[in-house]
Structures are given as C-alpha cells and as structure tokens.
Write a protein that binds this ligand. Sequence first.
Ligand SMILES: Cc1cc2nc3c(=O)[nH]c(=O)nc-3n(C[C@H](O)[C@H](O)[C@H](O)COP(=O)(O)O)c2cc1C
Length: 214
Amino acid sequence: MNTLTKFALGVMGQLRPRPPTGDAAACIDLPAPEKRGGMPLMDALARRCSTRAFSSAEIALPMLSDMLWSAFGVNRADGGRTAPSALNAQEIEVFVALPGGAYRFDAVSHQLQLVAGADLRRVTGYQDFVDEAPLDLVYVADHKRLRMVPAAQREAYAYAAAGAIAQNVYLYAAGNALATVIRAWIDRDAIAGALGLSPDQQVLLSQTVGLPKG
Ligand SMILES: Cc1cc2nc3c(=O)[nH]c(=O)nc-3n(C[C@H](O)[C@H](O)[C@H](O)COP(=O)(O)O)c2cc1C
C-alpha cells in the first residue's frame, strides 16, 4: 500500500492488520544468541546508517535471535540488559511484527510470545516499505515500571531508553549486512489497538529491519 493511502486510512482510523501468513505459533523459542565475535565496534559504527529499501526475504531465526538479544537482551547474571534504563526500570517492551503474527520479546526466557495472530506490519507506520520488509519492531513504554520516576520525566526517560535499544539494532544491522530504519512517523493509536495494549503502555517508536533490497 502506498504512503498516501496508508495516511488516509490512518486519518480515518482504518489502518488495519492483514491475516497472518501461516499459523501463528503461541510461542517461538529463540535459539541461544551468539554473544561473541562479530564485526568490530568501530567498523560497525563506520557502517551505521538508515536504509528504506528492503527485500521481503525473511530473517532466519538465529539472526532474529541475535538481533533481539543485541537490542535488549539479558547480558548479566543479575538480569542486566544490553541497553540502559533509568533506575534500571527496564520499562521498554519490544514487540515484533512478523508476517505470521505479532509477538512480545520476552528477554528473560528469550522467547517470542504471541500477542496478535495477524500480520501487523502495515499498521506499524505510514511509509510503504514497512508492509513488505520481513519485520517491524515496536518500542512500547510500560509506565507501570516507571512509578519511581517523577511523572513529568517518564516519557522522556522512556524515549531515551528506546533510543539506546534502537542504536543497538542499528549496530547489529551494520555488522550483519541488514538494513534498518527507526521511525517516529507512525499511527500510535492504530498500533496500540492492534497490539491490544493497556492504558499504561505507550507506543514510542517503530523500527524496520530486513535484508537490503537487491
Ligand atoms: C527520533 C527519530 C525518528 C525518526 N523517524 C523516522 C521516520 O519516521 N521515518 C524515516 O524514514 N526515518 C526516520 N528517522 C531516521 C532519520 O531520518 C535518519 O536517522 C536521518 O535522516 C539520518 O540518517 P542516518 O540514520 O542514515 O544517519 C528517525 C530518526 C530518529 C532519531
């Protein structure tokens, strides 16, 4: 669907999911992530960029596992994560919109847990490439976990935390020949409805990931 059509549907509150491709598994066990090696950090930084042309080829499960662990996985015995959060609130939930369904990334069990048995990719943004790229991430703040932060600062802190996660994904992508772009031009109400979020959960940003087109 082109951007203009998507935007018009969004204005009318009609940006809707598509049926899933295949059966949506209730839970996807991600393989153990490869936590060693990879491209040197300075090389990955030198390659980091936003890309907006994606192949529709799916990302293999081991790569998805590594990417999600890089994004916001558990990297220490005490439950610490690969990205920082104010007071270690760990308030960001990472959702993954795949052709077969929309999932919440559970960092502790390193699993994807089904939240919607539909293809939500087209709902995650107005730009046309989000429909066809193999996955779109959605970063959501759970305000229940931010009660120790003064109310006026909660949203800013959550955006900062989501930004750190997004940069982890950018660096993983740069190091593994993937394309990605973080996106704020999104219909937050449509996404919240499609994911079935509670009033405590705030949609912040989305990020498309996939193989580069061509
Ligand atoms: C908070 C934020 C929101 C963004 N929103 C969008 C967006 O909605 N759509 C898009 O295509 N790019 C978006 N971008 C990507 C920027 O356009 C991109 O980072 C910028 O042009 C610099 O390019 P580079 O990332 O390749 O260095 C966003 C970036 C940030 C940090």
